[in-house]
Design a protein around this ligand. Structure first.
Ligand SMILES: *[C@@H]1O[C@H](CO)[C@@H](O)[C@H](O)[C@H]1NC(C)=O
Length: 213
């Protein structure tokens, strides 16, 4: 009897875990302090570095449908931006518990900016996959939610979505693996300096080649 009860309990818990995963609370980072550091999605520090405020998640064909609770989301005509960048181009969808509208992306990057659906104080977003390109496999991706902050008068900017930055974690500058970041790592390096450093690396290589010759 006990064995059967345990079996069913485990089976039931498995079902609950598989289909109705608890929504994890989304923690946003103030945009003024986003990390501009390039980090690969498989890097163990990816979720502590949080490039441009993104975090990583995985959709598993066999089970995981990551779910995130975003709050606060109430406010008249407030906006929300949802973005993701997959490790590999493919299909990924998202739905929410406010209007249950499904939105899917088919390339590597996806961005959606709208007025917050419904008028709930929090919204659950669930990532899933349905349709062509969802037949198998796991999908690793960066994702981010940004909820518009009220202006000084407490209102929301109707053009907020047009003001959004179009970058993704993959847009950040990739530094060579042996590069030691300067202490002031907040200023992105411009094209000129990366050309200059490329020239330096080339010259060093030539010098070493000449010395070994
Ligand atoms: C982010 O930080 C800046 C500077 O400290 C501050 O002015 C702004 O209100 C913050 N935004 C949010 C949404 O907390």
């Amino acid at each position: 009897m006990k064995v059967m009860a345990t079996f069913w309990l485990i089976f039931f818990l498995g079902l609950v875990r598989g289909s109705y995963q608890v929504c994890e609370t989304w923690t946003s980072i103030n945009e003024t302090i986003y990390s501009q550091t390039y980090v690969t999605i498989t890097d163990p520090t990816a979720n502590t570095v949080r490039p441009l405020g993104f975090k990583t998640a995985v959709y598993r064909f066999e089970g995981e449908r990551p779910c995130k609770t975003v709050a606060p989301t109430d406010g008249n005509m407030r906006h929300i931006e949802v973005k993701w960048e997959l490790e590999q181009a493919g299909r990924l969808c998202v739905t929410n518990n406010a209007n249950n509208q499904n939105r899917c992306g088919t390339s590597r990057q996806f961005s959606l900016c709208t007025v917050v659906p419904g008028s709930q104080s929090s919204i659950e977003y669930r990532f899933f996959c349905e349709g062509d390109g969802c037949e198998s496999g796991d999908k690793l991706f960066w994702y981010r939610f940004v909820v518009e902050s009220p202006m000084e008068n407490g209102m929301y900017n109707e053009n907020w979505c047009d003001t959004r930055d179009d970058r993704y974690p993959g847009s950040l500058v990739r530094l060579p693996t042996n590069f030691i970041p300067p202490t002031q790592a907040t200023t992105p390096r411009n094209k000129a300096s990366s050309v200059a450093s490329n020239v330096l690396v080339m010259m060093a290589t030539l010098l070493i080649a000449a010395a070994l010759h």
